[in-house]
Design a protein around this ligand. Structure first.
Ligand code: SIN
Length: 331
């Protein structure tokens, strides 16, 4: 038996597997496949102040070991979200991590205020959507812009609700952006959003996506995501991290935990295996047990320990769990 509980700042979770924003709407469809209250939390599709139709079609293109999306933050807007999706999550006992997105700082502030009195387990502040016309709106590509949004959200949001900043891997120094958002008041960091990519359709001889560029997700980006988690954990070891990017199995999830994530979000895999969050949680438990871990928490960041520190950890474990043996009696 492995203790699968974990925490993201003050948010306690029964297990460390969450959905990734944008890949499971607000959980209602997934509830046909498993009880959404049993996963760590449902992370909703990023919500904006107004209903939004998103970018022109086509919006998805297949890539080797992944996919490119160019959705453009399509969504119902905050009024409809508060009237429908959020009450549904509460009624079904799910922990709701609400992802918010904005075109400017004031929009994030409006969203944080609108959500203030609602049952929100955590806010994930999406400052890294690559599918915006103006690259200047990818706030996470600039530490100052990222910090400005986060500090405004922190001031506006319910102080009891932890705030995680979702960062982009499309930067030179991810740890620098991470430090900026933590100093601005984020309680933790979600790593990573998709990478900016482009596919050319060889029949039309034009970009395959209506929006031209899109965000790359799926197993192809997993080593990039694990690298980002590793670098941010190394720079800010006490900051809770929610890791994501191409997780398909419990083994993949374990890589993120060992690199420093306290929990993981699974996304692209849900499109072909809607039950994946539950399966991955079960597989992760087995992977932890097979390596001698008794809890998720003791595996967080474990890959940062030297081999001898790791050996000492397991030796101490054996010393405390083995019953005393009377050597003479056994001879
Ligand atoms: C989108 O709606 O375009 C994707 C959102 C994101 O990647 O943040």
């Amino acid at each position: 038996m492995v203790d699968m509980s974990t925490a993201l700042s003050t948010l306690e979770l029964p297990n460390p597997v969450l959905t990734a924003s944008g890949c499971a709407a607000a959980g209602e469809e997934l509830n046909q496949f498993f009880d959404v209250s049993e996963i760590g939390a449902v992370v909703t599709k990023s919500i904006m102040t107004r209903a939004r139709s998103g970018r022109p079609t086509p919006r998805m293109a297949e890539t080797p070991s992944g996919m490119l999306n160019s959705i453009g933050l399509q969504g119902p807007g905050i009024d409809s979200f508060l009237a429908n999706e959020l009450p549904w999550l509460k009624a079904h006992g799910a922990r709701a991590v609400v992802s918010i997105a904005g075109s400017h700082t004031d929009e994030y502030v409006t969203l944080a205020k609108r959500l203030y009195h609602h049952p929100v387990a955590m806010l994930e502040v999406n400052i890294s959507c690559p599918n915006v016309e103006n690259r200047g709106q990818v706030f996470a590509c600039d530490p100052l812009a990222a910090a400005r949004v986060i500090s405004a959200v922190r001031r506006a949001a319910n102080p009891n609700v932890p705030i995680f900043a979702k960062l982009s891997p499309d930067v030179t120094d991810i740890a620098q952006v991470a430090r900026a958002v933590i100093e601005a008041g984020a309680d933790g960091i979600s790593l990573i959003n998709t990478l900016l990519g482009l596919v050319i359709d060889l029949d039309t001889l034009r970009p395959a996506l209506g929006g031209v560029t899109g965000g790359l997700s799926g197993p192809a980006i997993r080593p990039v995501a694990v690298r980002c988690v590793w670098q941010v954990h190394q720079a800010l070891p006490s900051v809770p991290l929610l890791g994501m990017g191409g997780i398909k199995t419990g083994r993949d999830a374990l890589e993120f935990i060992l690199a420093g994530a306290s929990a993981v979000s699974v996304g692209t895999v849900i499109f072909h295996d809607p039950s994946a969050p539950m399966r991955i949680a079960r597989e992760l438990e087995a992977e932890l047990a097979a390596r001698g871990f008794q809890s998720v928490r003791e595996a967080i960041g474990f890959a940062h320990r030297t081999s001898s520190e790791q050996a000492e950890f397991f030796a101490a474990r054996i010393a405390t769990t083995q019953p005393d043996v009377d050597m003479e009696a056994t001879v």
